[in-house]
Write a protein that binds this ligand. Sequence first.
Ligand code: ATP
Length: 353
Amino acid sequence: MADIQINNLVKVYPGSTERANDDVSMTIADGQFMVLLGPSGCGKTTLLRQIAGLELPTSGSIAIGGRDVTYMPVHQRNLSMVFQSYAVFPHRRVRHNIAFPLKTKKLPQAEIDKKVAWAADLLQLTPYLDRFPAQLSGGQRQRVAVARAIVVDADVLLMDEPLSNLDALLRLSFRSELKRIVEQLGTTTVYVTHDQSEALSLGDQVAVMRSGKVSQLAPPLDIYDHPSDTFVGGFIGSPPMNFLDGQATETGIDIGGHTVAAPAGLPRGKVRVGIRAEAIDVAPHGTPGTVPAQVLVVEPLGASTLLSVAIGEHQLKVQADPDISVKTGDTVSLRLAEKAIRLFDHETRLAWQ
Ligand code: ATP
């Protein structure tokens, strides 16, 4: 068992008055892939470094596999790490780079050879074992760093933006590879990224962080479909969730002169309405129940066409059919999928339950 239990973790760096982590609590189950996601400076790396033992908390505790590790030195925690810089030894061949953590553990050479061969095979590095890092591509070098991390039987794998130095195409292919490898290993993994698509694709659970706190912790699709507040809805998804001001009345919610059904118990008054681009479609003119909007920008993306439209003073994105024929300045009739409408408190921006 190597679950991770984080309780009320607070981190204030020396000389700072800000809480880099502000009362963070979470449970990461044995074998789970947890992604820490959020904008720059929200405290993801600080949290990861405390799990690693590279930073000590100001208060709170961390347990791995039931052992309190809060103040335990790094080398006693039995974890592996991969960071965004490739961090491979330039003067050692790939084989010796991968073998390094096993050598320090003084394992018998035959066992080292077997494990290196296994990790190289898993990461498709076998043909490169005798090369030096300078003779590899960026993606191959990063695979060496991952191979070196998985070659030891660690309880926990920690990764901090491991794909961020790769170009967009390599990033995508290595992302799926990483997912396959981690699923195969079944090691409890904590993964830091500010890339929401990476978080959605990799995580069993995603913790969205903001200003040192966890805004929402849930499986990726729950976060996508039911963001806990407008910050999460606006951070997750490409494009992010659209938000409009609505007015809850006795007959429903008025959005730009069009009324959608309101859930029972919704208080009257201003409400923030959230809807994803793919939950809006362009209907034939005059279709009852549609909202008129003006087309501002048309972006053909191949699989769909992204429209930027205006409803009154609100701008929103609509994911339309790829073959739609509209141009800037046209008026279109939008149909909002009412089931996909999410409501948020106008003041607190928290999801309305
Ligand atoms: P990024 O995505 O940019 O790496 P992050 O979410 O990982 O950001 P952290 O690196 O954890 O954020 O930083 C959280 C906060 O703590 C920031 O305000 C940052 O400036 C501050 N911070 C980080 N490291 C230190 C340090 N060594 N000393 C003082 N403040 C720090």
